[in-house]
Design a protein around this ligand. Structure first.
Ligand code: PEP
Ligand code: MN
Length: 366
């Protein structure tokens, strides 16, 4: 397992410059030449210079719009020629890569369904190793950090040094209303392990609805990520894929220009990744995780309450409580957590758990 990747800094790729965020925008799918050109024109008008569009679309169900395929690459060439934008698309096979190289694409990304598959990743890595094209790797659909890192290692070992990541959220049972669980703690861990890896967030696929774009983009900036990949379409409601999550170039201009607050935007200093705002944003993520863990714990307490009620068992079982506390103190010590802190923390949790169980008992007696 690599703890270091051999990387060429993003500032040397020739497309992106600070200040943050570095933005990649464009439609989920290239649908027609007119749609591609109109969207690109709108985006170029306010300085977006990296254009995305899916040419081959990995759809969950067959029969939907599976992408326009190779003919669409010509439209991306036009975007490059007429608006001076750099272009990027998703690839999932050797043939896709070859077609993109033949049409002068500037950046490729690997989708979430592909990065989850080591066989496909190896095939792609073998093909990309001999090229100089930058590659951004989306996280695999499941929250498996090692699988994501494995995909990066395959590319890097094959010789891809212009490498970055796109965090697009995970398929989990609890997504908090979003299409995908943002799982920021996984992003933070990857960031901590590979601080030099250029890091984009994809709030479009994370949220699944344009109403979430601002809050998710803001969170990405607060965590100090370098860039955003956002889906934008000249007529979002009529889009052939991911209609709800796309926004017009004009709405994107307003969001980026007027709403997102980016601290340290002009800082080139090496320590900007670790400033106080970013550390606070990490604490916020951890606290939100603590809340959902507490929620899950109380849900179990309710079930225990119902069981005790139905079997006429007393709520307070002192032997069980003492054993639990001893166990937590011991485990806490292994994690370097102070004994008094653990005792007070679990006393409060236990008190709340007893209250919840009592409520269940009371319900029956009404
Ligand atoms: C996309 O970017 O349009 C896409 C299909 O994304 P993902 O691989 O994140 O689902
Ligand atoms: Mn999409």
């Amino acid at each position: 397992m690599a703890d270091k990747l051999d990387l060429i800094p993003i500032s040397e790729w020739g497309f992106f410059t600070l200040p943050r965020p570095m933005v990649i925008a464009g439609p989920c799918s290239a649908e027609s030449e007119a749609q591609v050109m109109k969207t690109a024109e709108g985006l170029a008008s306010f300085g977006i210079h990296v254009f995305r569009a899916g040419i081959w679309k990995p759809r969950t169900h067959p029969g939907g719009f599976e992408g326009i395929g190779t003919p669409g690459l010509k439209w991306l060439q036009r975007v490059k020629e007429e608006f001076g934008m750099f272009t990027c698309t998703e690839v999932a096979s050797k043939d896709h890569i070859q077609a993109c190289l033949d049409h002068g694409l500037d950046i490729l990304w690997i989708g979430a369904r592909t990065s989850a598959n080591p066989f496909m990743m190896q095939e792609i890595a073998d093909k990309l190793g001999s090229t100089d094209i930058p590659v951004l790797v989306k996280n695999p659909v499941s929250p498996d950090l090692e699988l994501w890192i494995g995909a990066l290692e395959r590319l890097n070992r094959a010789g891809v040094k212009k490498l970055g990541v796109i965090h697009r959220g995970f398929t989990t049972l609890q997504t908090g209303g979003y299409r995908n669980d943002p799982g920021w703690r996984v992003a933070i861990e990857l960031r901590t392990r590979f601080p030099e890896l250029p890091f984009f967030a994809d709030p479009s696929h994370m949220g699944g609805d344009r109403k979430y774009l601002l809050e998710l983009s803001q969170r990405a900036m607060d965590l100090g990520l370098e860039g955003l990949m956002i889906e934008s379409h000249c007529n979002p409601d009529c889009a052939l894929s991911d209609a709800k999550q796309q926004l017009t170039p004009e709405a994107l201009r307003v969001m980026l220009g007027e709403h997102i607050v980016v601290r340290d935007a002009d800082s080139e200093s090496a320590d900007y990744r670790e400033n106080i705002d970013q550390l606070r944003a990490r604490i916020d993520v951890i606290d939100e995780n603590l809340l959902s863990i507490l929620h899950a714990r109380m849900a179990v307490s309710e079930k225990i309450g119902a069981y005790k009620r139905d079997h006429n068992i007393a709520i307070l079982q002192m032997g069980r409580w003492d054993a639990l506390l001893d166990n937590m103190v011991r485990k806490g010590q292994r994690e370097n957590l102070d004994e008094n802190f653990i005792r007070s923390l679990f006393s409060v949790i236990h008190e709340e758990s007893v209250r919840v169980q009592n409520e269940i008992l009371w319900e029956k007696e009404i």
